[in-house]
Design a binder for this molecule. Structure first.
Ligand code: MN
Length: 202
């Protein structure tokens, strides 16, 4: 996968490749504004503040997530999780599905795209507390869905992450309150499968 390198010793806030209102009604502009401009910015600032003297200066974010521990790991994990999350969306498409080798792999593993979506939403809805649900590739090339608690990223257990949904309440509470499964089910309309296929094929 592509490595995220610091510039002059600091990681940078990703620019969203869409407008704040572009993901409505699935994710409101207000949620996006706080999630990207406040929550993600805080994780980024915490990582940058922790880097000097840590021994991880200049290291790509993906390697920090694999090697660090404690507060640096938690903030670096959240930075990587959110970067991958925000970069995988596009404006609402009613009929939205993967193509090519990824679509074939989903059919092999889950029987159909519909079954895959159900299994993914079930994993996200069933994750206790805060965390992330991920689709990844395991070392044998097999697709796997994992529940990751808090700031955990699949890279920490040898998986190659492709697609994620954030199940921390800050990701959906303004728009969906306690209805996490409704939020997760709506998210399929804004997944940019070109991005996910690119991650799978890389
Ligand atoms: Mn979040």
């Amino acid at each position: 996968m592509n490595k995220t390198k610091p510039v002059n010793g600091k990681f940078e806030l990703i620019r969203l490749p869409y407008g704040l209102g572009a993901l409505e009604p699935v994710i409101s502009a207000e949620t996006l504004r706080f999630h990207h401009g406040k929550h993600l910015l805080t994780y980024l600032n915490n990582v940058n503040a922790a880097l000097p003297g840590s021994g991880f200066e200049g290291m790509p974010l993906e390697e920090i997530v694999q090697k660090a521990d404690g507060a640096l790991l938690n903030n670096a994990g959240q930075l990587l999780n959110h970067n991958m999350y925000f970069m995988q969306f596009a404006p609402v498409q009613a009929d939205n599905f993967p193509n090519g080798p990824l679509a074939a792999a989903i059919d092999v593993e889950y029987g159909s795209f519909e079954n895959f979506k159900q299994a993914f939403v079930k994993a996200g809805a069933g994750l206790f507390g805060s965390g992330w649900v991920w689709l990844s590739v395991d070392p044998d090339g097999k697709l796997v869905i994992t529940q990751e608690s808090n700031a955990s990223n699949p890279l920490q257990h040898g998986l190659r992450p492709l697609l994620t949904m954030d199940v921390w309440e800050h990701a959906y509470y303004l728009d969906y309150q306690n209805r996490r499964p409704d939020h997760l089910s709506a998210m399929w309309q804004i997944i940019d499968w070109d991005i996910i296929e690119g991650r799978y094929n890389s």
